[in-house]
Design a protein around this ligand. Structure first.
Ligand SMILES: *[C@@H]1O[C@H](CO)[C@@H](O)[C@H](O)[C@H]1NC(C)=O
Ligand SMILES: *[C@@H]1O[C@H](CO)[C@@H](O)[C@H](O)[C@H]1NC(C)=O
Ligand SMILES: *[C@@H]1O[C@H](CO)[C@@H](O)[C@H](O)[C@H]1NC(C)=O
Ligand SMILES: *[C@@H]1O[C@H](CO)[C@@H](O)[C@H](O)[C@H]1NC(C)=O
Ligand SMILES: *[C@@H]1O[C@H](CO)[C@@H](O)[C@H](O)[C@H]1NC(C)=O
Length: 496
């Protein structure tokens, strides 16, 4: 136990150390590492184009598979320039009624138009090798049964195009499968042209019979039929459509990378965005841009580009390069349940001011405390923009924690999963005085996450479950161990 004299000396020392710190309310200069002024990255279009030149997503109905297979889940064929073959765990979507019904067509009967006519029955023809192949069926071959094929397409989720053709010398169609029909109807999630009639058969399907020549498969009367107008996709859960369709892909800052998927599936892009690892400086995925790459007139791949900043149509100015043309570009922003999570709504002055509360956020001090949770309009303190929140007495006149909460409860969906994300910095008073800095994230009063210690701007997140109306709070600060908080979001979806 220190002697009274030593104790007094120690106390005086601590007092003078903290007295040297000019508190935020007096516009003190933070003892922070230099801020990262690297510009936010934009898409590397050369990598996207190069990868589009490597990927092969073209296929058609196989000769050795029975008809009426379930449409496989959307596959990822490339991630950030590296080819892959991965599926997206589509758990959420599989549970929504929206994906189960044939929602693309609603209740109306789809109308189809012929894209290309069949060659005459006596000529060899070719079937489509194209992107977004879904599945196939066989229809009654007593006639060239176009209507049965179109009717079937309307029952296949995502079908916008069918290729109808006879396939001869396919042993399974002729003798094994119960339908006893060689009139194949292949469904696609994209529209194809006669230029893509690249499968002309030539495969051996019949078993070898002694020394007889095995007859090879061949195709006749291949026609293509497409929906007369492409139906707008449903907006994915937790997102809103920002723009599209246009013929320009985004060239916007805050780029996090891209993936190719094997069909135009906005839900799949949303899942990729939800699952994308956060950028340490920019935060979680906040926006995606889906577009179709058409190379030399032929649909080739479907790109999902992901961003931590929300972009809009003003930056959707990449129309393609070389043989690659951008089509069907749409932008979707992730819905942030927090109103004004960046505190930019507090703009009561040009340069420097602070407040305990304003329209969107409320700061509350501990009993006996003074200005323990505040909002500052002062660019040097902010992570982005001009405003930021502070935990810990703004004047440094008490060491009590403050509580910061949105002015209104968050309108969640009961039972849905959410992720709370924010940036926190605890460097203001230097490493020693900030070593016990402590910020907690509270959800309906329960601590769900937080950070402690001296730290530069740090991305923090916590997962929560909605109840329908939820209270988010940031709690902490013990001046001079101040912490600033900025760029708060609450998104539907998992933590990343
Ligand atoms: C991708 O993987 C699936 C499942 O393993 C497989 O069935 C499919 O043939 C693969 N596709 C390619 C193009 O390799
Ligand atoms: C989806 O349904 C399955 C089976 O009913 C269930 O186990 C799973 O938790 C559900 N997923 C979501 C996200 O609701
Ligand atoms: C219909 O398909 C079956 C099975 O492939 C075949 O045996 C039959 O000859 C076909 N009929 C016509 C009219 O093409
Ligand atoms: C095919 O086999 C039969 C009987 O096994 C034989 O008579 C015939 O000469 C063979 N033909 C050829 C071209 O080898
Ligand atoms: C930070 O504060 C919370 C809430 O008061 C507390 O539960 C937690 O233990 C503290 N963490 C540290 C490292 O002090």
């Amino acid at each position: 136990m220190p002697s009274p004299m030593r104790f007094l000396a120690l106390a005086a020392l601590l007092l003078s150390a903290s007295a040297a710190i000019v508190p935020p309310a007096h516009q003190g200069v933070p003892n922070a590492p230099p801020s990262d002024d690297t510009p936010a990255p934009t898409p590397d279009n050369a990598v996207i184009v190069e990868t589009a030149g490597q990927v092969d997503q073209k296929s058609g109905a196989p000769i050795d598979m029975p008809p009426d297979a379930a449409v496989p889940p959307t596959a990822v064929t490339a991630v950030d320039g590296t080819l892959t073959n991965a599926t997206i765990a589509d758990v959420n979507a599989a549970n929504t009624t929206r994906r189960r019904d044939i929602g693309r067509f609603g209740k109306r009967t789809p109308e189809f138009e012929q894209v290309f006519a069949p060659l005459s029955a006596s000529e060899h023809d070719g079937s489509i090798q194209g992107t977004a192949y879904l599945t196939y069926t066989v229809v009654n071959n007593a006639t060239y049964n176009v209507q049965a094929c179109l009717d079937w397409c309307a029952t296949v989720n995502g079908c916008v195009f069918v290729n109808l053709y006879y396939e001869f010398n396919n042993f399974l169609l002729d003798f094994v499968f119960s339908e006893k029909s060689n009139l194949k109807c292949a469904a696609y999630g994209d529209i194809h042209s006669a230029a893509e009639k690249l499968n002309t058969g030539g495969q051996a399907s019949y078993p070898q019979d002694g020394n007889k020549t095995v007859p090879l498969t061949f195709i006749t009367q291949s026609s293509g039929w497409a929906l007369s107008s492409l139906v707008d996709p449903d907006t994915p859960e937790g997102y809103e459509l920002v723009f599209g369709p246009t013929n320009g892909a985004n060239n916007a800052p805050g780029y996090m990378g891209f993936a190719f998927i094997d069909k135009y599936d906005v839900d799949a892009c949303a899942q990729l965005c939800n699952g994308r690892g956060a950028d340490p400086n920019g935060g979680g995925c906040a926006f995606f841009n889906i577009w179709r790459a058409v190379v030399s007139g032929v649909p080739t791949t479907y790109t999902c580009s992901m961003y931590y900043l929300v972009a809009d149509v003003s930056t959707a100015v990449n129309f393609g390069q070389g043989d690659l043309v951008v089509t069907l570009s749409r932008g979707y922003a992730r819905k942030n349940l927090v109103i004004d999570g960046g505190f930019e709504g507090y703009a009561a002055c040009d340069d420097f001011c602070f407040t305990e509360s304003y329209a969107n956020w409320i700061g509350t001090s501990a009993p006996g405390g003074d200005m323990d949770a505040t909002i500052f309009n002062f660019i040097p303190y902010a992570h982005t923009g001009h405003s930021v929140a502070l935990l810990g007495a703004a004047f440094g006149d008490d060491a009590l924690p403050g509580t910061l909460t949105p002015a209104a409860p968050l309108e969640t969906k009961a039972g849905a999963h959410y992720v709370v994300q924010a940036f926190v910095i605890s460097t203001f008073s230097g490493a020693e005085l900030e070593k016990n800095a402590n910020v907690s994230i509270l959800w309906n009063g329960a601590r769900v996450g937080g950070v402690t210690g001296f730290m530069p701007w740090t991305f923090v997140q916590a997962t929560v479950v909605g109840t329908g109306s939820d209270k988010l709070e940031f709690f902490g600060g013990a001046a001079p161990a101040w912490s600033f908080i900025d760029d708060v979001v609450v998104y539907e979806g998992p933590a990343v």
